[in-house]
Design a protein around this ligand. Structure first.
Ligand code: MRU
Length: 363
């Protein structure tokens, strides 16, 4: 059975998420009954990963609306219902700032309820249907990303000395798998696709300090799926690329700016530099919901800074000298010049002779 970060049933309306703070030690699902529950779970990273955050937020409001209906203080007209849905979505969007998927989902859901004339009940119905569809669509999108990405890598990655064409070893960072999405994953979806076609010799995953999404979550998924994998610390990537034949570094994205600059987990940028130096392809896997055409370039992306405790401690154990200052940006921006391909569910974007990814063609 594949891992599931999000468990949702429409009747009775119920949403549960796998508590990612407890992984890999314990697999415990926690109920999300309200938008406040979702906001708190996203902020504390009980659920994380750009697509998963968006889907949990969207479904939390669906559960709230379909189990309790509209609160009594909200009027009974369709306009009142619409205004209420907008307010709840605006609240949820504030939970984490960098990943654009949540804001993108909120914008789409607002448009769905705004298009609806008629009763408050109809507004709620339209909202719930659209939120549920996001859960289903995400898995399908990821499978397409997996297929397109695997094909692109097999065609474009260099073949190492003494290696068979069509067999690749890759490196990934952070967690972009079933735990970060509705299922299958983005970058990890490409890796799953390579593995299921028997084209994958090995995957290396970074530990991904400070929050350890690589060692706690990606390693957990790889062991669960029996994919041949090895964990490295973040500081081992350049040594690995100099000594082993790595066909591609494959990462996810929290926000791809219109020009292709990509915000992703802290440490992605240094991997892109190291990949360029070693002639290793650098591939970003991102659904089009992660592309923000309203943000021109990476310098306009807001980077979330997280509590210093994530750096000074591993889980509850302090590993740093007490009193030390801490710098903890959760994401960095990889300039488009270091990216070879952006793989979406609609196809693969590569730069033209002028260095333009032409991402507008996806919209
Ligand atoms: O802080 P996180 O764990 O939410 O960061 C996750 C990442 O950076 C992922 O690479 C990104 O969200 C893509 S997940 C498909």
């Amino acid at each position: 059975m594949s891992l599931q970060a999000i468990l949702y049933t429409p009747t009775p309306p119920a949403l549960q998420i796998l508590d990612q703070l407890k992984l890999p030690h314990e697999s415990v699902y926690v109920p999300i009954c309200t938008c406040e529950d979702a906001y708190d779970a996203i902020k504390r990273m009980v659920v994380r990963g750009a697509p998963a955050i968006a889907i949990v937020a969207a479904l939390a409001l669906a559960v709230e609306l379909s189990s309790g209906g509209l609160p009594s203080e909200v009027g009974e007209s369709a306009g009142d219902a619409r205004a209420y849905v907008h307010r709840r979505l605006d609240y949820l969007v504030q939970s984490r700032p960098t990943a654009v998927n949540l804001a993108d989902a909120a914008g789409k859901l607002k448009a769905v309820v705004s298009a609806e004339a008629g009763t408050a009940e109809a507004v709620v119905g339209r909202y719930v249907e659209a939120a549920e569809k996001m859960l289903v669509d995400d898995v399908m999108d990821n499978e397409n990303i997996g297929r397109f990405g695997a094909e692109w890598i097999l065609e474009n990655a260099k073949v190492g000395e003494g290696e068979e064409k069509g067999m690749v070893a890759v490196l990934t960072h952070c967690n972009t798998g079933s735990l970060a999405t509705a299922g299958y994953g983005t970058a990890l979806g490409i890796i799953r696709s390579l593995n299921s076609r028997s084209n994958l010799t090995h995957i290396y995953c970074t530990e991904t300090r400070p929050y350890n999404q690589g060692s706690r979550l990606t390693a957990f998924e790889l062991v669960h799926d029996k994919i041949p994998a090895t964990l490295i610390t973040d500081s081992m990537a350049s040594s690995l690329m100099s000594l082993k034949s790595i066909a591609a570094v494959i990462v996810g994205a929290d926000r791809v700016a219109a020009n292709g600059d990509t915000a992703n987990k802290i440490g992605t940028y240094q991997l892109a530099i190291v990949a360029k130096y070693h002639g290793v392809k650098f591939v970003v896997a991102a659904p089009t919901t992660s592309i923000d055409m309203k943000t021109a370039s990476g310098k306009d992306i807001v980077i979330e800074h997280r509590p210093g405790k994530e750096v000074t401690n591993v889980e509850t154990v302090a590993t740093a000298a007490r009193g030390i200052n801490v710098y903890n940006p959760s994401f960095d921006v990889t300039p488009k010049g270091l990216i070879d391909a952006i793989v979406t569910e609609k196809g693969v974007a590569v730069k033209d002779a002028g260095g333009d990814f032409g991402l507008s063609r996806f919209f």
